[in-house]
Design a protein around this ligand. Structure first.
Ligand code: PGA
Length: 254
């Protein structure tokens, strides 16, 4: 059974004090996680020790980094290697978020290297894909997303690809309040799964969790997550509000 995941992407938000209090409030709220559900907090790197201290040992709750460097070590001032995150207990890493592709010019080939680096140390990439508005308006979102997946992931072996979590995030829905309809989400998630099935086989494709991201909130999460090929969400803005994120966790399929 595929993992159902609610992943919080805090991006570059919150003071240390606010992060501390948000985690405390979330832990104090009522949520129930079954064995195939997980909650992931992608916090700013500097708050990882805080998150580890608060969340370590909590069943089905994990901490993620929002990016890493593709090299294992070396003269890359300001960067953090995947193995460094692993050494402090962080084994999930978001890769290729559209903000990193756009503002930091991350390319598919760089993302291929990052994905391999994360898998090589046994950690889990949360690989983001998704089209801008112009592509959606032209109706070519399927081939656009397919190219992102092929260029960055298809060199990976079948036994490794099942460890990758995919996050489909239409750029026009990120932080805009505009959400894809549940039908639009299902349509492209099914397409993404079919792309993996064509390359790796249906059995492998069926094991890959595909999260939806883009203005997920308490009020739309249940409907979006109920779609057969949507396995949870990557949540930005609403993950910073306790009641919102708690409701989103509770909207996961069991
Ligand atoms: P949003 O962000 O929920 O604020 O739209 C999602 C994301 O960028 O991961």
């Amino acid at each position: 059974m595929r993992k159902q995941i609610a992943a919080a992407n805090w991006k570059m938000n919150l003071s240390h004090h606010e992060a501390d209090s948000l985690l405390d409030q979330l832990l104090a709220t009522e949520y129930h996680l079954s064995s195939n559900q997980a909650v992931i907090f992608a916090v700013p790197a500097i708050y990882i020790p805080l998150a580890v201290q608060k969340l370590n040992g909590k069943p089905n709750i994990f901490i993620a980094a929002q990016n890493c460097h593709q090299k294992a070590n070396g003269a890359y001032t300001g960067e953090i290697a995947a193995s460094m995150f692993a050494s402090v207990g962080v084994h999930h890493i978001i890769l290729g978020h559209s903000e990193r592709r756009e503002y930091f010019a991350e390319s598919d080939s760089e993302l291929a290297e990052k994905t391999e680096a994360v898998l090589a140390i046994g950690s889990t990439p949360i690989f983001c894909c998704g089209e801008p508005l112009s592509i959606r308006e032209a109706g070519t979102q399927n081939s656009f997303v397919e190219a992102q997946l092929k260029n960055a992931l298809f060199q990976i072996s079948a036994d490794q690809i099942v460890k990758v979590v995919i996050a489909y995030e239409p750029i026009w829905a990120i932080g805009t309040g505009k959400t894809a309809t549940s039908e639009q989400a299902q349509e492209i998630h099914a397409y993404i799964r079919s792309v993996f099935a064509a390359h790796y086989g249906q059995n492998i494709a069926d094991q890959i969790s595909i999260l939806y991201g883009g203005s997920v909130k308490a009020s739309n999460s249940k409907e979006i997550f109920s779609q057969p090929d949507v396995d949870g969400g990557l949540v930005g803005g609403a993950s910073l509000i306790v009641t919102e994120f708690a409701a989103i966790i509770n909207a996961l399929k069991s």
